[in-house]
Design a protein around this ligand. Structure first.
Ligand SMILES: Cc1ncc(COP(=O)(O)O)c(C=O)c1O
Length: 401
C-alpha cells in the first residue's frame, strides 16, 4: 500500500501541480502552502489593510494586533524567554546579514569566526565578507566520513580566539542533523557567540531555544509552509543587547534629530520600515495550522516517506548519496551521468527536483562535484509521488546510460 498523506488536501498548491501533471519534490527550496495560510492572506487584504505600529485608527490597530499575535505565537513555538526576542526579517538570508553587520563592532583583527564546510551561502558569505572587511580569520570546520561536522576537529579548531560559531542545524545538501548541541558547548566554553541556521531544521520538529541555548537562531517562513518575504531571528536577551542597529528608517527610532538619533531595542529596533505585514499575519495562520497537527503522526509519516526514498535510491545501481540523510531529503549523483542532463529529463517528465550546487558551492567543490540532484519532501507528499519519481528516474537513466 502506497503511503498517503492525510494532510495533502490541505495544500491546494500541491493539488494544482498534480492536476497539471507535476510532481513536486523540491520542498527544501520552498514548501507549498496550506489553505489556512492563503485564507489569512486574503482575509487580511480583503478586510482592509493598514500599516502597523503607527496608526491609531481601527484598521491600523487591527493589523498591529494580528502582526504582534504572530510574534507571540513564535515566542511560544520557540519557547523563547519572551516574544520580544523574536525579530522579523525578510528571510533567513537577511537575518544572517543583519547579524554580520550588527555584531561586527564586537570583533578585532585576528579574531576567529567559525563556520562549517557544509554551510549554505546564506550562512557563509555574510561571515566571509565580515572577515574580509575586518581582517578576521574565517575557520571552516571539516566534515567526518558521514558528512557531519567533525567534532574531533572542531574541538581543536574552536579555541580562545573563537569569537563566533555559526553552523547549520540540518544541512540542505546532505540532509543530516548536525551535532549542534556539542558544537554550541564548545563555543560557549570559549565565550564565543553562537548562531544556528535553522532554515531546514525548523521544518522538522520543534526546537526549544532555552534548551538549545544558542545566542541566535534563524529560519525562513516559506520553508515551514508559510508565505515568503518573512524570516525569523530569535536572539537570547544578552545577545540581542549586543546587536547594533543595522538598517535605519521608520519605526525603529525612539528619537530623531537632524544630526543624531536614538533607536528602539529589539524587536522593533531591528525592523526598520514597513515590515511584511500580510506575510507575518499569514505566518501566524500557518503556525495555527501546524500546531493543530498530530506531531507524532507527522514525524512518523515523514520518516516513512524518507525510508521509501532511501530504499528506492539504494535499489538502483550507480547512485551515490552525498552523505547519510536523516530526514526529508536526499542528494545524489549517478555514475557517468551529468546532473543537469538528468534534471532535464526529469523535468520533461513532470518531476520537480532540484539540481546543481544547492547554494553550497564550496562544499560541492570540496566533494569534487559540479552538481547533484536533490529530492526533498513535504508533509503533503504521497508515496505515489516517489513512485513517479523513480519511474521517471529509470526512464531517464535508460536514455543517459
Ligand atoms: C540551510 C539553509 N540556510 C539558509 C537558507 C536561506 O534561506 P532564504 O533563501 O529563505 O533566505 C536556506 C535556503 O535554502 C537553507 O537551506
Amino acid at each position: 500500500m502506497s503511503l498517503l498523506s492525510p494532510w495533502r488536501a490541505d495544500f491546494p498548491g500541491i493539488l494544482a501541480l498534480e492536476a497539471e501533471g507535476q510532481t513536486y519534490l523540491d520542498s527544501a527550496a520552498t514548501a507549498q502552502k496550506p489553505q489556512a495560510m492563503l485564507d489569512a492572506l486574503l482575509a487580511y487584504y480583503s478586510s482592509g489593510s493598514a500599516n502597523v505600529h503607527r496608526a491609531q485608527h481601527l484598521p491600523g490597530e487591527r493589523a498591529t494586533r494580528a502582526f504582534e499575535a504572530c510574534r507571540e505565537q513564535l515566542g511560544k513555538w520557540l519557547n523563547a524567554q519572551s516574544s520580544a526576542h523574536v525579530i522579523f526579517t525578510q528571510g533567513a538570508t537577511s537575518a544572517f546579514n543583519l547579524l554580520a553587520y550588527g555584531l561586527e563592532h564586537l570583533f578585532q583583527p585576528g579574531d576567529e569566526l567559525v563556520i562549517s564546510a557544509l554551510e549554505h551561502h546564506a550562512n557563509l558569505l555574510p561571515w566571509q565578507q565580515l572577515a574580509l572587511r575586518q581582517n578576521l580569520k574565517l575557520v571552516v570546520l571539516p566534515l567526518d566520513t558521514a558528512r557531519r561536522i567533525d567534532l574531533e576537529a572542531a574541538s581543536k579548531l574552536v579555541g580562545p580566539r573563537t569569537r563566533l560559531l555559526a553552523v547549520s542545524q540540518l544541512s540542505n545538501v546532505i540532509g543530516c542533523w548536525q551535532p549542534v548541541a556539542q558544537l554550541l558547548a564548545l563555543a560557549r566554553a570559549h565565550d564565543a557567540l553562537t548562531v544556528v541556521d535553522g532554515a531546514q531544521g525548523a521544518v522538522h520538529g520543534r526546537h526549544d531555544m532555552q534548551q538549545l541555548d544558542c545566542d541566535f537562531y534563524v529560519f525562513s517562513s516559506h520553508k515551514i509552509y508559510g508565505p515568503d518575504g518573512v524570516g525569523v531571528l530569535y536572539g537570547k536577551p544578552e545577545a540581542l543587547a549586543q546587536l547594533r542597529h543595522w538598517q535605519f528608517g521608520g519605526e525603529m527610532v525612539r528619537d530623531a534629530d537632524y544630526l543624531d538619533a536614538a533607536f528602539n531595542p529589539a524587536p522593533l529596533g531591528f525592523e526598520a520600515g514597513t515590515p511584511p505585514i500580510s506575510s507575518v499575519i499569514a505566518l501566524g495562520a500557518t503556525l495555527d495550522y501546524l500546531n493543530q497537527l498530530d506531531h507524532q503522526a507527522v514525524t512518523a509519516f515523514e520518516q516513512a516517506l524518507h525510508q521509501q526514498l532511501m530504499a528506492g535510491l539504494a535499489a538502483r545501481d550507480g547512485i551515490t548519496l552525498l552523505g547519510q540523510p536523516n530526514i526529508a531529503l536526499a542528494s545524489f549523483v549517478v555514475d557517468g551521468v551529468h546532473n543537469a542532463d538528468l534534471a532535464q529529463l526529469l523535468t520533461e517528465q513532470g518531476i520537480a527536483v532540484r539540481a546543481g550546487q544547492h547554494c553550497a558551492m564550496p562544499l560541492m567543490k570540496q566533494l569534487g562535484l559540479g552538481g547533484a540532484i536533490r529530492v526533498s519532501l513535504g508533509l503533503y507528499n504521497n508515496g505515489s509521488d516517489l513512485e513517479r519519481f523513480f519511474g521517471a528516474l529509470d526512464n531517464a537513466l535508460d536514455i543517459l546510460r
